[in-house]
Design a protein. Structure first.
Length: 453
C-alpha cells in the first residue's frame, strides 16, 4: 500500500471513529438520564466540550481527506500532462497554466511504439510464421496438452478445421515454434478482430486477440511460450493494434475461452509478462434428469399464472402470433428470427398474456458433446422484472428433454452464475480467465475522445 493511500485510510478511519465516539457517548448519556437524572446533568455539562472536540476532529479529518484526494488527483493529472508533453503529443504549458488566447495545436493520433523485432533462433529451435501445414500437428498437440481440460479435449479434426477456416482466424498474426527437425513445439493463434463502436470501449481501437497459446508439455520451461507471445505482441503492434487480449471473445471462434482458472502456472506466466485479468467466464451445465425446481420457482410460476401469464412450448400454430410479436419488439434481424422460428420451432418456449406472446426462450442446437444451451431470453419491456426469466430457464429443461439432449450447457459471468443460473439447476464445470495488455493509448487524439461525448 502506498503512503498516500495509507494516509487517506487513516484520515477516513479517524473521522469515522470520532463521529462514532461522539454519537455513542451522547446515546449513553440519554440512557442514563432516565435512571439517574441527578447524575447525568453534571456529566453532560462536563462532557459537552469533549463531544465538541470529537466532532471538530471528525470534521477536520474529513476536510483533510477531501484536500488530500483533490491534491492526489491534481498530481496525477499533472503527471499525465507531463508524460504527454514529453512524448510530443501536447504543446508545452508555460508556468503550469495555459495563458488565455494561446492557440492549442490539435494533437495527432497517438503513434504506436516501434519495438525491435524479437529473436527467431533459439537453442530449442526457431519461431516461424504460421502455415497451413501446422494445422494437423497442432490438433494432435492440442489433444495431448489439453487432456485435463473439460470441453477443451478431445477435439475431432472437424473442430480444428472449422476454426482454421473461419473468417476471423488471422494466419498473419499467428506464429509457430518448431525444433531443428521441424516438429511443432507450440503456437499462438490469433483472431482478426474488427472494430465495433457499439460493443464497448475496447472495440474502438480494434485490438488483437489470441484465441490460444499452446506449448508442448515436454518442451516447457525453455522460454518457448515467452518467445511465442513476444512475437504475437510484435505482430500486433506492427499491425497498429493498441492492445492484445488473451482468450476468445463472445460470438467469435475459440478453441478455449481463456486461461483455465486452476492453471496457476499459465496465470503467473501472463501476469509476469505484463498482462492483467479483465474478465472471468464460467462454463456451467445442467442435467434435466436430476433437476428438481426449488419451491421458490414453483411458487413464482403459480403466481405468474394467477396474473394471467401462460407458459407453453412453441407449436406451428404460433407462427402468426410470433411474427406479430417480433415486429412489435426491438429485436434486431427480425426476418432472420422469424425464419429461425419457422425452421426450428422445437427450440422455442413461449410466454403469453391475454393471448399475445410477450416473451420467449430459445435454446441452441445440440453440440458435439450432446448438450444444448441458451441462445436468447427476451421479453417485451413492460413485462421485464416480473421473474419470467427464471421460470423460462426451468422450462428450458423440458425443451432439452424433448430434443434428446443430455442437458444444458452455458457460458456466463461468475456474478450471473451465482445470482441467476444456480437456481435453474446449472453447476459450474470450469472457470476461465481472460487477460489484456495495453501497448499504447489514443486519449490524446481528439477524434477518438470526441466519440465518447
Amino acid at each position: 500500500m502506498r503512503l498516500r493511500h495509507a494516509l487517506i485510510l487513516a484520515l477516513a478511519s479517524a473521522a469515522l471513529a470520532s463521529v462514532f465516539v461522539a454519537f455513542d457517548l451522547s446515546r449513553r448519556l440519554e440512557m442514563l438520564e432516565g435512571v439517574a437524572p441527578e447524575t447525568v446533568a453534571p456529566l453532560r455539562e462536563a462532557g459537552t466540550p469533549y463531544l465538541m472536540v470529537l466532532v471538530a476532529v471528525g470534521v477536520a479529518d474529513l476536510a483533510a481527506l477531501l484536500l488530500l484526494i483533490a491534491a492526489f488527483r491534481e498530481e496525477r493529472t499533472a503527471a499525465l500532462l507531463q508524460a504527454s508533453q514529453s512524448a510530443g503529443r501536447l504543446p508545452a504549458v508555460r508556468g503550469g497554466k495555459r495563458p488565455a488566447g494561446d492557440a492549442v495545436e490539435s494533437p495527432g493520433p497517438a503513434e504506436p511504439p516501434k519495438p525491435p523485432e524479437p529473436e527467431r533462433q533459439f537453442p530449442w529451435g526457431r519461431i516461424e510464421p504460421w502455415s497451413s501445414s501446422n494445422a494437423r500437428p497442432l490438433g494432435e498437440l492440442w489433444n495431448r496438452a489439453c487432456a485435463g481440460l473439460y470441453q477443451a479435449c478431445p477435439k475431432e479434426w472437424a473442430s480444428f478445421e472449422k476454426f482454421f477456416g473461419a473468417e476471423e482466424f488471422d494466419a498473419s498474426g499467428s506464429v509457430a515454434a518448431v525444433d531443428a527437425h521441424g516438429r511443432l513445439l507450440g503456437a499462438v493463434l490469433a483472431l482478426r478482430q474488427p472494430a465495433f463502436e457499439d460493443e464497448g470501449y475496447w472495440w474502438l481501437e480494434s485490438p488483437a486477440v489470441l484465441a490460444a497459446v499452446l506449448v508442448d508439455p515436454a518442451a516447457r520451461r525453455k522460454g518457448i511460450g515467452r518467445a511465442l507471445v513476444q512475437h504475437a505482441e510484435y505482430k500486433a503492434i506492427a499491425g497498429s493494434r493498441p492492445r492484445l487480449f488473451v482468450g476468445g471473445l463472445e460470438n467469435f471462434p475459440h478453441l478455449a475461452p481463456g486461461v483455465p482458472d486452476q492453471d496457476h502456472g499459465a496465470r503467473m506466466f501472463f501476469t509476469a509478462m505484463g498482462y492483467r485479468e479483465i474478465r472471468r467466464t464460467c462454463h456451467m451445465e445442467a442435467d434435466y434428469r436430476t433437476y428438481q425446481p426449488p419451491q421458490e420457482l414453483i411458487d413464482r410460476e403459480e403466481n405468474l399464472k394467477e396474473r394471467g401469464y401462460r407458459f407453453a412450448p412453441a407449436v406451428t400454430e404460433d407462427l402468426e402470433a410470433f411474427e406479430k410479436f417480433v415486429e412489435g419488439s426491438n429485436l434486431s434481424r427480425k426476418a432472420r428470427r422469424i425464419e429461425r422460428f419457422r425452421a426450428e420451432i422445437e427450440r422455442f418456449y413461449l410466454v403469453r398474456k391475454d393471448e399475445a406472446i410477450v416473451g420467449f426462450i430459445q435454446v441452441t442446437p445440440i453440440d458435439e458433446y450432446g448438450h444444448s444451451g441458451i441462445h436468447l431470453i427476451y421479453f417485451l419491456r413492460e413485462h421485464r422484472g416480473a421473474g419470467l426469466g427464471s421460470v423460462l430457464l426451468v422450462k428450458a429443461h423440458e425443451l432439452w428433454r424433448r430434443m434428446g439432449a443430455k442437458g444444458g450447457s452455458i457460458w456466463t459471468y461468475p456474478e450471473a452464475a451465482e445470482r441467476f443460473y444456480r437456481r435453474a439447476g446449472f453447476k459450474t464445470v470450469q472457470e476461465w480467465v481472460c487477460y489484456e495488455k495495453d501497448f499504447w493509448h489514443s486519449w490524446a487524439d481528439p477524434e477518438f475522445v470526441n466519440r465518447w461525448r
